[in-house]
Ligand binder design. Sequence first.
Ligand SMILES: NC(=O)c1ccc[n+]([C@@H]2O[C@H](COP(=O)([O-])OP(=O)(O)OC[C@H]3O[C@@H](n4cnc5c(N)ncnc54)[C@H](OP(=O)(O)O)[C@@H]3O)[C@@H](O)[C@H]2O)c1
Length: 264
Amino acid sequence: MESVILNNGRAIPMVGFGTWQILGDQCETCVRQALDLGYRLIDTARMYENEEAVGRGIRASGIPREEIFLTTKVFQPDNSYQGTRAAIDQSLLRLDTDYIDLFLIHEPYEEDRDMVRAMREALEAGKIRALGISNYNKDLYARFVTECGLVPAVNQVEAHVLHQQLSLKEAMDGTVLQAWSPLTCGQRPVVTDPVLAEIGAKYGKTAAQIALKALVQQGIPVVPKTVTPSRMKENLDIFDFTLSSEDMTVIRAMDTGKTLFGWY
Ligand SMILES: NC(=O)c1ccc[n+]([C@@H]2O[C@H](COP(=O)([O-])OP(=O)(O)OC[C@H]3O[C@@H](n4cnc5c(N)ncnc54)[C@H](OP(=O)(O)O)[C@@H]3O)[C@@H](O)[C@H]2O)c1
């Protein structure tokens, strides 16, 4: 698995497994299947209400914990120093693990400086290994770095072929931009897009694989979600080819620069 090195010196896999909207036994099964198929990053969050199932899936896989990169996130009402302190311990309990590889502030909060204080303490205590943020735009990122005195390891944001986020990526020195909804979560039919399918045909790949590869090839790690084992395999199978510069030009031209979700 290709990876990129974070500012804490640790590697983050370029393709991970997203778990939003997968719950309970199905989540446990999917996490185990994904790990069996070769995924080594699992992306969850307190908000997804599936941390316990993710923990069970990891255990059921039999894969040593140290081979897995585990991300979770803190969300309101825990947007305070005490709240974040407690949230970290609760996530550890639910995930049934001693440490979290990447702990993200799920969305911008005015209290993020207090939250970072709790996260730094957890880092020193070995409970988390990297601190990051999610859904921070360019201005909010700059404010975060100045006010919190911290360059986050990761900013996880909406990114896909229709909104590639290259200018945000460029603006974040020392922070890896990681893509959520890299297949647009069904908001647009990128997985059947005729232009991506035509490019894919040249490499023996699907439109979905081209959509993911286009981000990965630009240094953007992705966390696609699927409950379908054949798609889990497909989404991971993007490391045996390189998109030509002509194809990358066509794909870059698909970037509308606009969010499909409009959260931030
Ligand atoms: N930080 C944040 O605020 C934030 C926000 C949103 C998401 N996320 C993270 O990002 C992850 C991914 O985003 P997402 O779940 O919104 O959407 P996504 O990964 O862009 O898309 C998931 C959808 O695409 C389908 N799909 C997956 N692979 C496919 C393939 N190869 N061919 C055709 N269809 C395919 C899935 O169908 P099936 O499942 O039916 O197979 C599902 O309907 C989340 O699960 C979560 O971990 C983070």
